[in-house]
Design a protein around this ligand. Structure first.
Ligand code: 5AD
Ligand code: SF4
Length: 447
């Protein structure tokens, strides 16, 4: 590659999960420290980071078409953008990307992006470079301080996964489970609050496996961390995601009944309602043990909103087994849930299993599952209609004077009135739709 001038503007495009959103924010902060500024709306950036997701579908193909589009748009604007591919596709297919896409000058994995500034220097000299090491903790230590935050912020507390569900690439792309130290997290939470956060969602591929030592050297799990963060002045709400049923301990269940700042919402993926399929997925729970676990959470916090993830069409899934998934959905009554068609991921055990399910069958099952989930989500919203609750104002709505925020149960609520982004307002939930609720502001509780 030819040497080029140092980039002055950047754009980070994050795909996929919230952990990627977090990583994207941290990369942007690093670029900001370097004096590189966000490219103005509608203008081509000098440096583009594609922060990719590899969990499903033709993720890599999407990256190549994005690269093609960037090169074309750059040429039209008379520039050759520096392109970095980051995230899980970079980790999984970095070498192929370098070979196939000459326009890419940097490939950086999710555990190595703290080295992006050096990589940019080398790219400016004309040197294409790849870093897919997995030093994990070193990354966080090398990132700049948090200086700016939205009212609802993300905080990655744990990365990687040791569960090896047979369909999943995460253990390969994000590596083994690591927990960030307690002291680092309480400090980052405080910085986020100072920077404007009122709500923090603790993130991890397997967040409930977080473990650490508190300031007295006592071993603590996620519940202990949540308790510590609940002491942070100015922080009003705490959430966490995503969990595996095997790592939900008594302390975490109790925390839902005892810590007011911990919001009444639990995202607990189950994937299937069939024990045969769950076993083939290498999930360590059954449909029944999952339901019993949810009962314990509901006993601790009766108004808990439940969310989950589902995969339809896992290899060998029969119609009767899919019906067990529908039955589980009926039994739980989710407030919301995410459902996906099974997608064979290169290198995972399920990708080479016999009896891959036909696409038309998966399409049809997905439609039925989503209809059931939508029905329950609407029912959940209707059940909260008439209640008053606090809403954290996150942004302006589409129309003048309108605001959008989240209820404690993570529902989108829109309303009109006198408030500002970041306020917690008391809102009457007046009218429930399938995807959101219309609220009427009662008072601005804490501006
Ligand atoms: N195919 C379809 N869905 C998947 N997920 C993970 N891997 C796959 C795959 N290969 C889904 C699971 C997981 C969510 C993040 O993505 O439901 O909980
Ligand atoms: Fe993937 Fe989640 Fe299973 Fe880990 S627990 S392997 S991240 S689906």
């Amino acid at each position: 590659m030819k040497p080029t001038t140092a980039p002055r503007t950047y754009r980070v495009k994050s795909f996929g999960c919230q952990m990627n959103v977090y990583d994207g924010e941290r990369m942007a902060e690093m670029l900001g420290e370097r004096g590189i500024t966000p490219a103005p709306e509608g203008e081509e950036a000098d440096l583009v980071v594609l922060n990719t997701c590899h969990i499903r579908e033709r993720a890599a193909e999407k990256v190549y078409s994005d690269i093609g589009r960037l090169v074309k748009a750059g040429a039209k604007a008379g520039k050759t953008p520096l392109i970095a591919v980051a995230g899980c596709v970079a980790q999984a297919e970095g070498d192929e990307i370098m070979a196939r896409a000459p326009a890419v000058s940097m490939v950086v994995g999710p555990q190595a992006y703290h080295r992006l500034p050096d990589m940019i220097d080398r790219a400016v000299q004309g040197e294409r470079n790849t870093d897919t090491d997995m030093p994990a903790i070193a990354k966080f230590a090398a990132l700049p301080e948090r200086r700016k935050s939205a009212p609802a912020a993300f905080l990655t507390v744990q990365e990687g996964c040791d569960k090896f569900c047979t369909y999943c690439v995460v253990p390969y792309t994000r590596g083994a489970e690591i927990s960030r130290p307690y002291a680092d997290l309480t400090l980052e939470a405080r910085k986020l609050v100072d920077a404007g956060a009122r709500e923090i969602t603790l993130l991890g591929q397997n967040v409930s496996a977080w473990s650490g030592e508190d300031e007295r050297g006592h071993a603590v799990g996620l519940a202990g961390l949540i308790r510590a963060l609940a002491e942070v002045d100015g922080l009003a709400r705490i959430r966490y995601t995503t969990s595996h049923p095997a790592d939900m301990d008594d302390a975490l269940i109790a925390a839902h009944g005892e810590i007011d700042k911990l919001m009444p919402y639990l995202h607990l993926p189950v994937q299937s309602g069939s024990d045969r399929v769950l076993k083939a997925m290498n999930r360590s729970h059954t449909a029944d043990s999952y339901l019993r676990l949810l009962e314990r959470f509901r006993a601790a916090r009766p108004d808990l909103a439940l969310s989950g993830d589902f995969i339809v069409g896992f290899p060998g899934e029969t119609e009767a087994e899919f019906a067990e998934t529908l039955a589980l959905v009926d039994a739980v009554g989710y407030a919301q849930a995410y459902s996906f068609k099974y997608s064979p991921r290169p290198g995972t055990p399920a990708a080479t299993m016999a009896d891959q399910v036909a696409m038309e069958v998966m399409d049809e099952r997905l439609q039925r599952l989503q209809a059931a989930i939508n029905r329950d989500q609407h029912a959940f919203n209707r059940a909260t209609q008439g209640r008053d609750c606090e809403v954290l104002v996150e942004r302006k709505g589409k129309l003048a004077g309108q605001w959008l925020g989240k209820s404690p149960w993570l529902q989108s609520v829109w309303f009109e009135g006198d408030c500002a982004i970041g306020d917690l307002v008391e809102v009457h939930l007046a009218e429930a739709g399938p995807n959101s609720l219309r609220g009427v502001i009662r008072e601005n509780v804490a501006a």
